[in-house]
Design a protein around this ligand. Structure first.
Ligand code: MTE
Ligand code: LUZ
Ligand code: MOS
Length: 762
């Protein structure tokens, strides 16, 4: 079903010509004030004295807000109420907001913030999750997913290996930083325009902090210049600060974070430090996996409990392992609360099993791919959390990748290259993925749509979906276009607004298009049936035949009639037929019991397999990704261009996490990598020389929108393949060294591994 509409992103022309409107492009009313945030410059401490008077006396300043100005509750924690909007008494991380300065310009507000006097008595700072755990600093009790009997099976294993694996944090680096605009409305309410993935989350938290009912708060989202999970929960504070200031001063207030402040104040991907024990037969069958994950949650819970669940669910990746015990420990440290980031804990779980397989392959002197292939999931296999696989594509995507891209020949080519070269070494690795689609919290898997057909035949669609570049608006528009037989220009997907779509889940978990697309489908189908019933009377005598919409006309048994969409809509309007529809979609079949950690949390799984090839310059420590070649399961892809863009973008972001991106905090909890000069993300030079992602054929998915599969997050995890390809190249240079399982594999780390003084742990 490849045609021109399913082959483009509807925002593309507007984006490249600068016509797309983001928060910062909005024309703001005259007299709008600007806010800046004053934040803690210690990692942990007790506020002994806070004097905002010097800032208030500063030129152009209208107000300085602190915790004492909060009329409702000083609480923004979504899952666990453990996070104040503004610090009160104690501060728990370097960068924690303490006060908000409101002035005539953003520059004046920032200047004035420097004048605030704040004495903080420093307390001890923890930045290491294992140390936090040792001191009993946990976000919640440990959680375990368990299947089979791990303890009983070690004695049956021919190979048992224990080790530690560590993966680092990751800065979201959305192009558009966090921000919001707020304006008071009559009756004591407020209208907030926020750059958030979760308008309802902003509305709910704002209601709590401002002490207002939710119906007095309207949140509107234009589109985001990227979110990547960083605006699922953490767009909220800035929106509430702007709203608080707007209500206090009865003026419009805008607050956007400068890049460096955004990097310092917001949380990132969770670093993990984990222990594992894996047991296999001598033929390479994995019999058991035991894992303990120490998650660095940061100073407050934020979404960490949900992120941890996904780590536990994905720590067997695409493999069937009969005996598993995976325990997750969420550790409270003194860094900004870590949060959602593409993959949401899944990548960290998958890194662990791939690390374990890497070690097992070393011990057995085989390619890791031999063990990987021998343990892939099949139809009917049960995941440790109780769900049974259906339409499993693990073996298919592996075999098609291996065949399409001649895996065996490539492996031989790399071995030969390494035998002939001393200073350059190549590495190859295969990375299969399996990612569950649905929010792990079943309740969140619902969405609504409101569709209006105006009397001129143009169509307006409102849902809870937030466009952040991923193309969800394109897919929602395509859904309406297909059902009504209308061209793109007759459909408008509106901004995301809490007055038009209430009680929405954030656009996240890769489920935005499925959930909101399905709600749109239900609403549009109801309107279509109502209009076609009218068409049947208009076209007398066609009651038993098929009527459809196509090319802005009614068609009868595949033949065009004289009845146009516009005439039919006008007729409906004159006859007082309802031209609006509101619909809800709730994902069927899913359920989960949090006490036993068993159930069917996911609507379906997304599969795929990628081959990575890298070359390392073993003199300089630098490396290049030669190629990424994959067969990916998009279901029946709904939009090839958008989906391919998601796959390629996800792969790049995954490579960045595993290779060059390194979040470093000082011992005092201060972020050292708080600028683009110290935090390096992949640029065009770091991109693989070749990315070739193929669409798996004949994959059906009735649980996805129009038979497609969610695509936002799964390809991110291919990036793990870059790490293991690098490990293989390093091993070719230093076969005597037991390389550490520690990501990111930055060029510095490559050099340290290559030239470590003596073999370690051999
Ligand atoms: N693509 C772009 N261009 N920008 C983004 O911020 N976020 C990712 C992914 N792709 C993101 C993106 C994340 S983290 C998710 S969960 C999904 O998009 C969300 O959108 P969807 O549910 O519509 O796939
Ligand atoms: N957010 C969330 C997510 O609240 N629950 C999830 O399961 C999830 N998964 C991926 C990304 N965001
Ligand atoms: Mo994505 S991490 O679910 O916003």
């Amino acid at each position: 079903m490849q045609n021109s509409t399913n082959n483009k992103h509807f925002d593309a022309a507007r984006h490249v010509s600068g016509l797309s409107q983001f928060l910062d492009d909005m024309s703001i009313p005259e007299g709008t004030l600007h806010a800046a945030v004053f934040y803690a410059k210690v990692g942990h401490g007790h506020i002994k004295n806070l004097n905002t008077a010097p800032a208030l006396a500063h030129k152009g300043v209208h107000a300085v807000l602190t915790a004492s100005d909060i009329r409702g509750e000083n609480q923004i924690g979504g899952i666990i109420p453990d996070e104040p909007l503004l610090a009160d008494g104690d501060v728990h991380f370097w960068g924690q907001p303490i006060a908000v300065v409101v002035a005539e310009t953003a520059a004046l507000a920032r200047e004035a913030a420097l004048a605030i006097e704040c004495d903080i008595e420093a307390l001890s700072v923890i930045t290491d999750p294992r140390e936090a755990a040792a001191q009993g600093q946990l976000i919640m009790p440990a959680r375990t997913v368990e299947t089979g009997n791990v303890d009983a099976v070690w004695s049956e294993c021919d190979i048992v290996i224990e080790d530690k694996a560590e993966s680092g944090g990751q800065e979201h680096l959305y192009l558009e930083t966090q921000g919001a605009f707020a304006v008071p409305t009559e009756g004591g309410g407020v209208r907030i325009v926020s750059s958030t993935q979760g308008p309802t989350a902003v509305q709910r938290a704002a209601a709590k902090v401002l002490g207002l009912p939710m119906h007095l708060i309207e949140v509107d989202v234009l589109r985001l210049g990227g979110g990547f999970g960083g605006k699922e929960d953490q767009a909220t504070p800035w929106a509430i600060m702007a709203a608080m200031a707007a209500l206090k001063l009865n003026r419009a207030v805008k607050l956007t974070l400068p890049r460096q402040e955004d990097m310092r104040m917001t949380g990132k991907r969770h670093p993990y430090s984990s222990d594992f024990k894996i047991g296999l037969t001598k033929t390479g069958k994995i019999l058991a996996l035991e894992a303990t994950f120490y998650q660095d949650a940061g100073a407050a819970a934020d979404l960490s409990p949900a992120v941890l669940d996904r780590t536990l669910f994905h720590c067997t990746n695409s493999y069937f392992i009969p005996n598993v015990r995976a325990t997750g420990i969420s550790c409270r440290t003194n860094v900004p609360p870590n949060t959602a980031f593409r993959g949401f804990g899944g990548p960290q779980g998958m890194f662990l099993i791939e690390a374990a397989i890497y070690r097992a392959a070393e011990a057995m002197s085989v390619e890791a791919s031999v063990i990987q292939r021998a343990n892939l999931l099949r139809d009917g296999d049960t995941f440790p959390y109780g769900q049974v696989t259906e339409r499993c594509q693990a073996e298919r995507t592996w075999d098609e990748t291996a065949q399409t891209f001649a895996l065996k020949a490539a492996q031989k080519r790399v071995t030969d290259f390494n035998a002939q070269n001393i200073l350059y070494k190549k590495g190859i690795a295969v990375m299969p993925i399996c990612f569950g689609i649905s929010f792990t919290n079943t309740m969140m898997n619902q969405a609504s749509a409101l569709v209006h057909i105006y009397s001129d035949g143009s169509v307006s669609v409102s849902t809870g979906a937030v466009e952040m570049g991923q193309g969800v608006n394109t897919k929602i528009a395509q859904t309406a276009m297909m059902i009504f037989g209308l061209p793109e220009e007759r459909i408008k997907v509106q901004t995301t607004n809490t007055s038009r779509a209430a009680n929405t889940s954030p656009t996240a978990a890769s489920a935005g298009a499925d959930l909101n697309g399905k709600a749109t489908e239900i609403a549009c189908v109801a309107l279509r049936e109502r209009l076609l019933a009218l068409a049947r009377t208009e076209l007398r005598g066609t009651a038993d035949d098929t009527l459809t919409f196509h090319q802005e006309k009614v068609w009868h048994n595949g033949v065009e009639t004289s009845l146009t969409w516009n005439i039919l809509v006008q007729t409906a309007f004159f006859q007082r037929v309802k031209l609006s529809e509101q619909a809800q979609y709730a994902t069927p079949l899913i359920h989960f019991d949090k006490t036993t950690m068993k159930g069917r949390p996911f609507a379906y799984h997304v599969y795929g397999t990628a081959i990575f090839e890298v070359t390392v310059d073993c003199l300089r420590g630098v490396y290049e990704v030669e190629s990424v070649q994959a067969v990916h399961d998009f279901g029946q892809s709904f939009n090839h261009t958008v989906d391919l863009g998601q796959a390629e973008g996800g792969i790049m972001q995954g490579i960045g996490w595993m290779t060059m991106e390194e979040v470093i905090y000082g011992e005092n909890g201060r972020l050292l990598t708080d600028a683009l000069s110290t935090y390096k993300i992949p640029d065009i030079y770091a991109a693989p020389k070749r990315i070739d992602v193929r669409f798996l054929e004949n994959s059906e998915n009735p649980m996805g929108i129009m038979n497609s599969k969610a695509v936002g997050e799964p390809p991110f995890m291919y990036g793990i393949g870059a790490y293991f390809a690098l490990m293989n190249a390093l091993k070719a240079f230093r076969p005597d060294k037991r390389l550490l399982l520690k990501a990111p594999m930055s060029p510095e780390r490559v050099l340290m591994e290559l030239y470590a003084a003596a073999p370690v742990n051999t």
